[in-house]
Design a protein around this ligand. Structure first.
Ligand code: SF4
Length: 696
């Protein structure tokens, strides 16, 4: 029997990047534990991270490449798989052009730099990610407003925290772990929670603002109204570092707390109290996440909240929201060679003219891809390669996504399992988990750290995603390196470290400097925080932010609300799942065996629904079922449902993709999307509910 070797690495079962010590025996990881020396997670791990051994060694995991022959999967070699893909892609490029190939990813396994390099060197501008409605949309909107993404400075001891639609102890900590928030809270920070649902944070909060789902932008404008009216803003900062303050003030006048109460359902006095607490308790930070992005107000909501940080003098201030400096590795943009994509090819980006902010960060809206395949307008995509993404579960209007991917002439999927999306592919490539990956983790983030994720084991014939793009890229005649590790040496070169040296070190942190704007201004065209956006103005959008009514709500569609009287908040998260992942992991599924829809007890009673009943949720686009959980911490006019569900235990190739998939219910019509970045309104639509036994 071999010795147990402990390998220090970094988790990637979500965006988090928690430090891990993997116990390896006889070439197999037998358990993982939190790394107490991790500078960002301090030894903590969540249920998803702890369950990685059940992911890596799952009996259903596919550990060799496969091709589909007359509807059946057949095992093939890596050489055959890569030669087939390269041959097909070359044919498409020769006959039509590189833009006819779509390259896509989901939340990513830290391979963004490699995927984009592959796409750019291929010459396709059509990269399909979740970025239009998740994180990248926040980055893009803050880039044009203040030059970088402002992040809570928990180490700087905030005295007040607004937790805006997030629960970082439960799910997806983009830049910071729940543990950092918790430390600051335990030190006595005041806590304001903005959430339609009374969760863990709301229960701990000094003030809980239970808003109508999707109205965050109006609420944030209401905060500005109070802060301006009561002169609680930082005059020195505003006078010197804000562009367009007077015009912005004029826009804010449209949002007195009385009107904001009507829009958001939050009591006007509570709005005033929360705005005062945030503006007068220094320093204060706002912790935000995807809920404010997945609506028609995506970019403007981000800009309004950035405005709150700026107006109160908390932007780039200790304990406020800081613009961190990353260690000097090569950036994703540089590694990915964004500049190599020619202006001619950029001009062919699907939807590039419509969603200019999306185009600026090199992504397309999924509806544009589906329309291209289904209608041939403006041209018909011919082939695609999707890495670690399950769009038939995770993208709005899932039936359309399913139909489009089914019709794509040639599809490659890179993943761990045969997901409902992978089942539509022609070639399946087996990806390595984070235990099987050498990489400079978190290189794409903006929290000031890069972390060494080192390979602990190899499993079957699976390859880490980076190696797949590297080897496929070389077959396409692109410029890559011999090995993944050579590429990491290049990525790390400006730090003066090799991959081997970095691995020993464990992590690097960027320079920590506050209030950099005093020396260099902000990285925007005016050098100031642009509450009046010169960029959006140049592109023909409204330069001032505003609230747009949710396209499908009791306010905008009273006609529809007669049949569908409830607001569906489709964003309920759990600590066990990361979007559509993990439903096959026994430990996690034991904790959450079924999809849950939360219903207020009064609403449930009205429909004869009891705790634990299977319930149909129906919207104008279809119907699914989830299991009822009664919760008096939500408004009786709202139901809150889990997303990401499919049933891996169902061995039919469809794996029950349309049984409990919340995106059967959501919409992706163009008029419902954010006009600048194309964010999908994934969170809020109208629905009705009824017990399954009443259904036809
Ligand atoms: S929070 Fe994310 S990164 Fe951290 S242990 Fe959980 S899954 Fe892994």
């Amino acid at each position: 029997m071999g010795e147990v070797k402990k390998v220090r690495t970094v988790c990637r079962s979500c965006h988090g990047g928690c430090g891990v010590i993997a116990h390896v025996k006889d070439g197999k990881v037998i358990k993982v534990e939190g790394d107490p020396d991790s500078p960002i997670s301090y030894g903590t791990l969540c249920s998803k991270g702890l369950a990685v051994t059940q992911l890596a060694y799952h009996p259903d995991r596919i550990l060799h490449p496969m091709k589909k022959v007359e509807g059946t999967w057949e095992r093939i070699t890596w050489d055959e798989a890569l030669d087939t893909i390269a041959g097909k892609f070359k044919k498409v490029i020769n006959e039509y052009g590189p833009e006819y190939i779509v390259v896509g990813q989901g939340t990513g396994r830290d391979y963004e730099s490699h995927l984009y390099r592959f796409a750019n060197l291929l010459g396709t501008p059509n990269v399909l990610t979740a970025g239009h409605m998740c994180y990248v949309s926040r980055v893009a909107s803050t880039l044009i407003t203040c030059g970088n993404l402002p992040i809570c400075d928990y180490r700087g001891n905030p005295k007040c925290i607004i937790m805006w639609g997030c629960n970082p102890q439960w799910s997806n900590p983009d830049e910071y772990k729940g543990v950092d928030f918790w430390k600051a809270y335990k030190k006595g920070a005041r806590l304001i929670c903005v959430d339609p649902r009374e969760g863990f944070v709301a229960k701990k909060a000094d003030l809980w603002l239970q808003l109508r789902p999707g109205t965050d932008a109006a609420l944030a404008m209401g905060f500005h109204h109070v802060i301006i009216e009561e002169e609680l803003y930082d005059k020195e900062f505003v006078d010197n570092y804000v562009h367009g303050w007077d015009a912005f003030k004029e826009r804010v006048e449209e949002y007195p707390p009385e009107r904001v109460e009507e829009i958001t359902w939050v009591d006007r006095e509570l709005i005033r109290k929360a705005a005062r607490m945030y503006a007068t308790t220094k320093p204060a930070c706002i912790h935000w996440g995807v809920p404010t992005e997945q609506t028609i107000n995506c970019a403007d909501c981000t800009r309004i909240m950035t405005g709150l940080m700026a107006a109160t003098g908390n932007l780039d201030a200790p304990g406020g929201n800081v613009l961190y400096v990353n260690p000097p590795t090569r950036t994703v943009a540089e590694f990915a060679r964004h500049r190599d994509l020619s202006p001619q090819q950029r001009a062919k980006r699907l939807g590039g003219d419509q969603f200019k902010l999306g185009a600026r960060v090199a992504l397309i809206n999924p509806k544009k891809a589906w329309d291209s395949i289904l209608t041939g307008e403006p041209y018909r995509l011919k082939a695609g390669i999707l890495c670690g993404t399950n769009p038939v579960i995770t993208r709005a209007n899932a039936r359309e996504a399913y139909e489009a991917l089914k019709r794509l002439e040639f599809l490659v999927v890179i993943d761990f399992f045969l997901t409902p999306t992978a089942e539509l592919a022609d070639i399946f490539l087996p990806a390595g988990t984070w235990l099987e990956q050498n990489h400079v983790a978190d290189n794409w983030k903006r929290h000031g750290f890069v972390l060494a994720r080192q390979k602990c084991v190899e499993v079957g014939e699976a390859w880490q995603d980076h190696k797949i793009f590297l080897e496929l890229g070389k077959r396409m005649g692109q410029e890559w390196w011999d090995t993944v590790e050579d590429a990491l040496d290049y990525l790390l070169e400006p730090t003066g470290l090799t991959w081997e040296e970095f691995k020993e070190k464990g992590y690097l942190r960027g320079e920590m400097v506050y209030r950099k704007y005093r020396e260099r201004g902000f990285s925007t065209p005016t050098g100031k925080v642009e509450l009046y956006s010169t960029v959006l103005e140049k592109w023909g959008y409204d330069p001032l932010p505003k609230y747009r009514e949710i396209p499908e709500s009791p306010v905008s569609r009273p006609d529809l609300a007669e049949k569908y009287p409830y607001i569906l908040n489709a964003g309920l998260r759990t600590p066990t799942f990361f979007h559509s992942a993990n439903r096959m992991i026994p430990w996690l599924r034991e904790i959450r065996p079924d999809p849950i829809v939360e219903i207020h007890p009064d609403t449930a009673k009205k429909h004869g629904i009891r705790e634990g009943d299977w319930v149909y949720i129906e919207s104008p686009r279809g119907r699914i079922k989830e299991r009822a959980k009664l919760n008096d911490g939500i408004d009786p006019r709202v139901v809150v449902a889990e997303h990401g569900w499919w049933y891996p235990e169902d061995k039919d190739p469809q794996h029950g993709w349309d049984v409990s998939n919340i995106n059967i219910l959501t919409d992706n019509a163009y008029e419902t999307l954010d006009p600048a970045i194309g964010s999908t309104n994934l969170r809020v639509c109208l629905c009705t509910i009824y017990p399954c036994n009443e259904a036809s």
